[in-house]
Design a protein around this ligand. Structure first.
Ligand code: C2E
Ligand code: MG
Ligand code: MG
Ligand code: MG
Length: 281
């Protein structure tokens, strides 16, 4: 009977497993081709300094552009890229494109601009990651003080010693680290403070309810107070309404980004905003 059950399990389970794996293998194959064909593009979303309401930086957000088929969201392919290890190559390409674009904008007179780049834990903990970054900094001649890397709480504190070593090295070069999606993980600020972190980005889920939910507002206010006491900057993610913006200013948030200001845009489109430096909302 156990064998019968096993057989049943096999029949029910296998097609599902197979499909799931096939899909992954398919995505992985196409990802490899996409790397060769250079089908990746960076979109950029402005980040606003709430002190003067001017653009401070852009966050580079990866897009996989399939000719005639459309654009694939990073939420769909980053997990596969991480699992397969392809994220190392893709991530290096992201940094290279971002540095190159930053440098080009600098040449066009947009010299105030800082750049935030997302990193996967798997990517930044690979051997020689920090050397690769240092090499690209020199090659493109970018000012490391203009670069922030965004990592998640879990990514930051997992394998703490490895994190500490890599972050410290890059921090000494002048690069800053931000904790992305802050509030959704479960590490404490005190623990994070043992790492050279420059700021936190409060997750969109807290911001989107801030007008209506006393709890969310309390959480966001609390994060800002604690962060400032610890000498950390605070960025609010996913700001969509003027009211959200007003509240964030009121409670002392440093930076904000979101659809209220601009969606992530291809570089030729974001450039107009960068030249103007101010976005009317
Ligand atoms: P993230 O780093 O937290 O980026 C913020 C996400 O929120 C972006 O989604 C952005 O388009 C979206 N967003 C910004 N403002 C608003 C808003 O006002 N409303 C709403 N509803 N959404 C907003 P996107 O571009 O799809 O990226 C998703 C995630 O994929 C990113 O989350 C990041 O974790 C990851 N990702 C993107 N690019 C890269 C990359 O180059 N490398 C790695 N490792 N991960 C990346
Ligand atoms: Mg991010
Ligand atoms: Mg985020
Ligand atoms: Mg995220």
């Amino acid at each position: 009977s156990a064998k019968e059950n096993g057989k049943n399990d096999f029949q029910i389970f296998m097609p599902f497993m197979l499909m799931k794996n096939l899909k992954k293998i398919e995505i992985e194959k196409s990802l490899k081709k996409a790397i060769e064909a250079d089908q990746f593009e960076l979109y950029y979303q402005p980040v606003i300094n709430l002190k003067d309401m001017e653009i401070h930086s852009v966050e580079a957000l990866l897009r996989w552009v399939l000719p005639e088929k459309g654009i694939i969201s990073p939420l769909e392919f980053i997990p596969v890229a991480e699992e397969s290890g392809l994220i190392v190559k893709i991530g290096e390409m992201v940094i290279e494109k971002a540095f190159s674009d930053l440098k080009n904008w600098e040449r066009k007179g947009i010299s105030y601009l800082h750049m935030a780049i997302n990193l996967s834990a798997r990517q930044f903990k690979t051997k020689f990651f920090e050397n690769m970054v240092q090499k690209l900094i020199e090659q493109y001649g970018v000012d490391p003080k203009k670069i922030s890397f965004e990592i998640t709480e879990t990514g930051a504190v997992e394998n703490f010693d490895v994190s500490l070593k890599i972050l410290s090295f890059l921090c000494q070069l002048g690069i800053r680290f931000l904790i992305d999606d802050f509030g959704t993980g479960y590490s404490s600020l005190i623990y994070l403070k043992k790492l050279p972190i420059g700021g936190v980005k409060i997750d969109r889920s807290f911001i989107s309810e801030i007008e209506f939910s006393k709890e969310n507002r309390a959480i966001v206010e609390g994060i800002i107070l604690m962060a400032h006491k610890l000498d950390l900057k605070v960025v609010a993610e996913g700001v969509e309404t003027k009211r959200e913006l007003e509240i964030l200013k009121e409670i002392g948030c440093d930076f904000a980004q979101g659809y209220l200001f601009s969606k992530p845009l291809p570089k030729t489109q974001v450039e107009k905003l960068l030249l103007a430096r101010k976005i009317t909302v």
